[in-house]
Design a protein around this ligand. Sequence first.
Ligand code: FAD
Length: 463
Amino acid sequence: MRTAVLERGARMTEEAWGDLACGDQSLLHRSWRPGLIQRGGIRGLMAISGNAVGGTSQLYTAATVRPQAEIFDAGWPAGWRLERLEPYLDRVEGVISPSTMRCDLSRTRLLEEAGRAMGGNVRRLPLAMDWPNDAQSVAHAHAPDTEPSENWRKALVAWLRGGRVARKRTLDRTYLAQAEAAGAEVHPLHEVTKIEPRSGAYLLGLRRWMGTSWVTDAIATRKIVVSAGTLNTVRLLLSCRYGFKTLPKLSSAVGRRFFTNGDFGGLLVVRREDLSLDSGPAVTAWIDLWRSDRMYLMETGFVPVMQGWFGRATDFLTSPRTARQECLTKLWSVGVMGLGEGENELKMDRDGQLWFFRGQGGQGFAKRTTERLRELATAVGARLLIPPNLVMGRRAMTVHPLGGACMSDSPDSGVVDSSGEVFGYPGLFVADGSILPTAVGAAPSMTIAALAEHVSAGLMRRR
Ligand SMILES: Cc1cc2nc3c(=O)[nH]c(=O)nc-3n(C[C@H](O)[C@H](O)[C@H](O)COP(=O)(O)OP(=O)(O)OC[C@H]3O[C@@H](n4cnc5c(N)ncnc54)[C@H](O)[C@@H]3O)c2cc1C
């Protein structure tokens, strides 16, 4: 099949990363200018996603794990069990080749200590990463920058790419590279704005970035696979149904059954001497609390923000430089994800603005999240810096948005059938996080990729 990938963001070449590190490229995506990081733009929800060839794999922390069998217990189309997804999970594993780090870091050991105290298994995570030949180099701290406050961009770029010495296997280096080698065309800086059925095919409204401004364009195609990521796919489908009215038969379930994957996090101040900075990837391990709480606590590294404005506002303010470096090793971030929230909804108002509405239930899970973070802090003699319950009651947050264009047996409860084809629109498919009918509760990228493998296998059978 002749295949074209229309991607709103840029290609992340070495040069593009360099431009980003020195401030010549914009970091944030805006409607009038492309950038790497998209803030959700949704009222009531704090969300972040990637905007580049390779999608959010350019931002993600590369934990590549299989889903728990339990998530298929309810909400999925008939016949969907983990066993059905397994051949596709195997294929994803073959393409992405995740592996665990071979080096021992002090933050991993710290998590293991906490895990033992909390009665949860600590698992070193398989990461989509190319490791350096010298495995131990990951453990060495990088030399502090001379003017750290000016180099936050460099630090961010290093973090995004997998740390100072490892390199993330982003999807432009795996799936998309294979697709291009097989003849697919990838068109960066092409944003799809509208989908309209026309004489047995579809007309795609789009705009192309010409370096200083966008120009509008359109192309016709027989088949479309929408993979714009959960939030952008739901936004596009809602605007085609209610705004442009080009897809009026789209199920009214679009936007419903939206999940934040139980995402939350905490910052811990750890006052200990046995910790050291390292050059490793953003995440190394998580505490598996699935059996007791359907939850994971993932360590996401020591945060070097003490060097900037945040540091100046803390009680470490007056420390000499060497003492400040010591303090750096003690601000530890932990991400939480799990299964237990209610079914949320995304709605679009007349101005095209998306709104997040929190579903019923889920309070018990939120409470357990806070309790477990506090237990973690106690287990390692740390102080929880941000009381999560203060944030919890207000805006929801997610880096793992899922659902909103769910797979279902019927258009009454979902938007696509179990092959990913949109009800009422033959030839229009969705293959991204939005088709998940439940949260994963764990890092979801492998499940999303496996479902995309399933959609593409079906599409090939029917071509
Ligand atoms: C900081 C961070 C850390 C994460 N860490 C992990 C992790 O360790 N493990 C894990 O499993 N998951 C992780 N995730 C989540 C994971 O990255 C996402 O779940 C996954 O990438 C979603 O895949 P997707 O195909 O649904 O969409 P995406 O990867 O978001 O891809 C969608 C693509 O479509 C493009 N696009 C959007 N709108 C349009 C349009 N109108 N026209 C053309 N192109 C468009 C976007 O630019 C983007 O490139 C993380 C996410 C973040 C933000």
